[in-house]
Design a protein around this ligand. Sequence first.
Ligand code: B12
Length: 446
Amino acid sequence: MHLLLTHGFFLSEDPKEREIMKPYAPLGLLYLSSYLRAKGFDVEIYDSTFGSIAELMSVIDSHAPTVVGIYGNLLTRGNVLRIAAGAKARGCRVVLGGPEPPNYPEQYLHAGADAIVNGEGERVLEQLLQAFRSGAELASVQGIQYLSSDGVARRTAPPPLLEDLDVQPWPDRERIDLSRYLSSWRSRHGQGSISLITARGCPYHCRWCSHGTFGKTHRRRTPVAVADEVAWIAGRYVPEMLWLADDVFTIHQGWILQYAQEMSRRGLRIPFECITRADRMNAPVARALASLGCFRVWIGSESGSQRILDRMERGVRVQQVRDAAQLLREHGIQTGMFLMWGYEGEELADIEATIHHVRETRPDVFLTTVSYPIKGTPYHDETASRLVPLRDWAQGTDRDVKVRGRHSRHFYTLADSWLKSEVAGRLEEAQAARQCLLDAWDEVEA
Ligand code: B12
């Protein structure tokens, strides 16, 4: 059984990502590859990041895989559908996984997928490949969705999870051309970065977050196991920095302190950035991060209004974000802030509170998004009756919707201008932007 793993992200098609030029390897596929190869499966990866659909199709033509497995997230839907159709037309079985396909089983299965893997893929894909080989009923495979003979999507029992992450092989980085990632980074930023994860899953329940892959479980690798991987990456690829791509890197204070000790014992210190929650930051953690070489911590701050944070069930206080940023500053670490406009119930006073909050917090960098409900989240359920798709499902994404009753896109562009000019201290410009925003108040999505 020859499995070809791929994904639907093509850097050449994405002007925004080309502008940012901070590509990372598809860790999920690399994990699947190393796990399945260790179990004796014949696995190949076509890493689409630097490729094209035409090239991928010619690889399928020449290598004739039995099964094509495709990773999908909400932005790559169109490409996943195109690849699935192309693979199907070439006689392959098609399996989909990643955060998006399990949310739209009917659509993806009717578009030609033979099965969709829900969540963590290693053990499920292993069982599914065995079932393909033996001709067993798909109904016997835990953790998938498939079309039954009546054309209805059926979901089997929840997927079995990996119990011990430490015994899993590291992601199969050697099976793709990682040097292209590093050279893309270095030619734009003068430095190259590589990602790794130290844990799987997030136990928090922010209403807008897509939690489908690892559910609300949280499983950690040991500090020694992570340090081993970092040491190997450092020796093999010599990156100037790392991205610790966990959902909440500092979730466990004891772990961070042990990890810092282990890295120091080995004399390993590689600059890195990570994401965390403000309530998982304190002085010992900030000190440990600084000793590890952390140069930036991203915090999902989302709003400066406690009322909105509570509606999101964020479980964080506005003041904790300010304190965390201050603590990081004292330790020489930058703060990056993610902010969200337009969440349910946001009023002028909440927008003002967010602008005030960013000014007070003084992050080194902040990024704003107009909130969009991702299928499968409580936020999506809450807004479902007011969501109007702007494109056909197959051509669009979960971002191509309007939420009836919410302000227009233009309105949030004005909120952005107000925020940016206020933070930059251009107060006249900020006043003008505020006035424009008030004038646009009645611009509401119909
Ligand atoms: C790192 C990261 C990024 C990075 C790098 C992406 C990369 N190349 O790795 C960057 C910053 C570029 C990024 C961008 C975006 N991201 Co992002 N990202 C992540 C993050 C934090 C970690 C990804 C990771 O490495 N996970 C670890 C690996 C092991 O897990 P995994 O990839 O899910 O793989 C497992 C399973 O999904 C499954 N599986 C995966 N592939 C396949 C394939 C097959 C065939 C099978 C059977 C199974 C299977 O098995 C794997 C192993 O168990 C996740 C959150 C998370 N915890 O996963 C969000 C996440 C994937 N991102 C998300 C989003 C929304 C985005 C953006 C759309 C954001 C934006 N507004 O621009 C963009 C999309 C970019 C693009 N064009 O594709 C969402 C996706 C939601 C959804 N329903 O699609 C997530 C889940 C965050 C969230 N909770 O909302 N992201």
